[in-house]
Design a protein around this ligand. Structure first.
Ligand code: PEP
Length: 248
């Protein structure tokens, strides 16, 4: 049996008010019941983070932020720190999402943010992934290697079980063009191998993200190097997200 409990995380991106977030969580908890299953996390916008953490308290489902700054405080307008995320009651944070990288987040910041998150006992879900241009140029593996090494540069060898790495090919995010289970497996195996240069690959979770749906989850989860999913669009509806959790 794998030492890695599957993790299904829902990234709401810039969706849902606080009131919508609260009723979503109530419905999600009803749908999930208390059955043993994968670990489940919900990643709302900052404005709903504390509401979600309170609504999920005691359930085992945890709240995570969608990004954070590496500094504890300071002149960083519009940013929030690990300390603030913890104070809001969340247990994790997505770092290096391609939509943040496209807005200027660098590999060095991803590494510093992963370190800061771990220092505050948050579970970082660190995203890596190639563009269609990189894939077509045959650069997928070298690109992923660079992103994984930078993200883990300050992570200590015994911290593999405290984080997750999400392989999210940019061409699959929000496009409906899910990677085939074979393509996702090949890339996730590579990510695990590169992470294994620093961390114990047997305990380090590697997730797949990119147009995951209730229909394609089981095929992806059947792959030996896929330990869960980071779900965008299909996590916005609690029924659909609960079906993904069920399929996993
Ligand atoms: C994401 O936002 O991380 C994502 C994978 O989105 P989607 O599932 O909509 O492709």
């Amino acid at each position: 049996m794998s030492a890695r409990r599957p993790l299904i995380a829902g990234n709401w991106k810039m969706n849902k008010t606080g009131a919508e977030a609260r009723s979503y969580c109530e419905r999600l908890l009803q749908l999930l019941g208390d059955g043993e299953g994968p670990e489940v996390a919900v990643c709302p916008p900052f404005t709903a983070l504390e509401i979600v953490a309170v609504a999920l308290a005691g359930s085992g489902v945890w709240a995570a932020a969608q990004t954070m700054h590496e500094a504890p405080s300071g002149p960083h307008t519009g940013e929030i720190s690990a300390l603030m995320i913890v104070a809001a009651g969340a247990r994790g944070v997505v770092i290096g999402h391609s939509e943040r990288r496209a807005a200027g987040e660098t590999d060095a910041q991803v590494g510093a943010r992963a370190r800061a998150a771990l220092d505050h006992d948050l579970t970082p879900i660190v995203c890596v992934g190639e563009s269609l241009d990189h894939r077509q140029a045959g650069e997928t593996f070298s690109w992923l290697s660079g992103q994984v090494r930078a993200a883990l540069a300050a992570v200590r060898p015994d911290e593999g079980a405290r984080l997750a790495i999400a392989y999210e090919p940019i061409w699959a995010i929000g496009t409906g063009q899910t990677a085939t289970p074979e393509i996702a497996q090949e890339a996730c195996a590579h990510v695990r191998a590169v992470a294994g240069e620093r961390l114990d690959p047997a305990v380090t979770r590697v997730l797949y993200g990119g147009s995951v749906t209730p229909e394609n989850t089981a095929g992806l989860m059947a792959q030996s190097d896929i330990d869960g999913a980071l779900v965008g669009g299909a996590s916005l509806d609690p029924e659909s997200f609960a079906r993904i959790v069920g399929a996993a």
